[in-house]
Ligand binder design. Structure first.
Ligand SMILES: O=C([O-])CC(=O)C(=O)O
Ligand SMILES: [Mg+2]
Length: 388
């Protein structure tokens, strides 16, 4: 078999929402299609990939550096030992040839988008859903039947008052979610506490609410917020300070005794290891949110999970950022703790299978070969519009 062509394009995921750090008025993402010469039902197998929100598209990195490395490689060097399918690890090594270590920047996003498309193609060629392929390869054939997901939203946007915030959260509960997430740090402490209390009226208990500061706070502010909402026993307190400030994370943990979460802006297993070595995080209490699509893909994520395990972390404490179906497959197939979900934001690069309901905070996975994009019509239509 061969890769016939790899296409890339830029999708818009812009909207008028804002977190404590950025607005999303110009947010984009890169989309990738790996077109193969393997035929299914008279059509070539195509693997699709993209990266999640938060980093802008990486078109330049894809077109100038990473895609040429694949087209210049000996096609056989990208295949597994059977010669009948792609090998994501060999492809990864080809992509990363002549890249120095460290300084992970945003090349990890370009590699992540390609890697997603490669795994989609690999599972389609193997004719199995990716969650099953992962469970068979890495977890003795045992996949989780359903995955815990939480509804991430609660953004700031113009004209949004606490009533609108409550309506948003109520609609998530109506759609089957139990735990919701809201943004903090984009307003004063008093305003945010009033927002939190208004959401608690809807979700009932702090155990159903996560708050996300998107790395906005300095140490003093992070501690002040923690002290102000310690009493609510929130599900987690996310990205209190700068994602690379491990000493801040450790110090906040000394003041805040409920669960904390971070990791969505760490893009390599080495950065993840530094967080776990130096961030004072507690494997019995805290949560890790590394996002494969931003951090060199699933190939690298397997290393990150190994590093976490060697430092005493169960994969069940990992709940990836990004709300995409690749992480959902990984959650089921690799026994993660769950996955983020964006019921309403970042459309159409959000959501899971159209026809599978969310029940009591859990979702099941489709049995479609690949990642499952074919079961999410709006997303597939956009990928096809941009790539075919
Ligand atoms: O608002 C964002 O940048 C997304 C985010 O942090 C999340 O989903 O946790
Ligand atoms: Mg976040």
């Amino acid at each position: 078999m061969r890769i016939v062509e790899i296409r890339q394009n830029v999708a818009s995921i812009s909207s008028n929402i804002a977190n404590a750090y950025i607005d999303f008025s110009k947010m984009t993402c890169s989309v990738v299609a790996v077109i193969t010469d393997v035929m299914r039902d008279g059509k070539p197998v195509i693997g699709y990939g993209y990266h999640s929100n938060g980093r802008y598209d990486v078109e330049g990195l894809l077109t100038k550096r990473f895609l040429p490395r694949l087209s210049e490689a000996d096609p056989d060097s990208l295949l597994d030992e059977t010669g009948q399918n792609l090998d994501p690890f060999r492809i990864w090594d080809t992509l990363m040839k002549n890249e120095k270590p460290g300084g992970h920047g945003e090349r990890s996003v370009a590699v992540g988008a390609i890697d997603m498309a490669v795994w989609d193609a690999v599972a389609k060629i193997a004719d199995v859903p990716l969650w099953k392929l992962l469970a068979d390869r890495y977890r003795g054939g045992v996949a989780d039947e359903k995955v815990w997901i939480y509804a991430a939203g609660g953004y700031y946007y113009p004209g949004k008052d606490n009533r609108a915030l409550q309506d948003e959260m109520r609609s998530y509960l109506d759609r089957g979610y139990r735990v919701v997430k809201m943004k903090i740090g984009g307003a004063s402490l008093d305003t945010d506490i009033a927002r939190i209390e208004s959401v608690l009226e809807v979700v009932g208990t702090g155990r159903n609410l996560c708050v996300d500061a998107n790395g906005r706070f300095d140490l003093e502010t992070a501690i002040a917020y923690g002290e102000a909402f310690q009493q609510y026993d929130l599900f987690w307190y996310e990205e209190a300070g700068d994602p690379l400030d491990y000493a801040l994370q450790a110090e906040v943990s000394r003041h805040y005794s409920n669960p904390m979460a971070t990791g969505e802006n760490l893009f390599s297993h080495q950065d993840a290891r530094n967080l776990l070595r130096h961030g004072g995080m507690n494997p019995d209490r805290d949560w890790l949110q590394f996002d494969c699509s931003l951090s060199y893909g699933l190939v690298e994520y397997l290393r990150t999970l190994d590093v976490a395990q060697s430092l005493g972390w169960s994969s069940r404490r990992v709940v990836p950022h990004g709300g995409h179906q690749l992480s959902l497959n990984m959650a089921a197939g690799l026994h993660l703790g769950g996955n983020e979900s964006y019921p309403d934001v970042f459309r159409p690069y959000n959501g899971f299978a159209d026809d599978i309901p969310i029940e009591d905070g859990y979702v099941r996975l489709p049995d479609t070969p690949g990642i499952g994009f074919e079961r999410r019509a709006e997303l597939l239509a956009d990928l096809r519009r941009l790539l075919e």
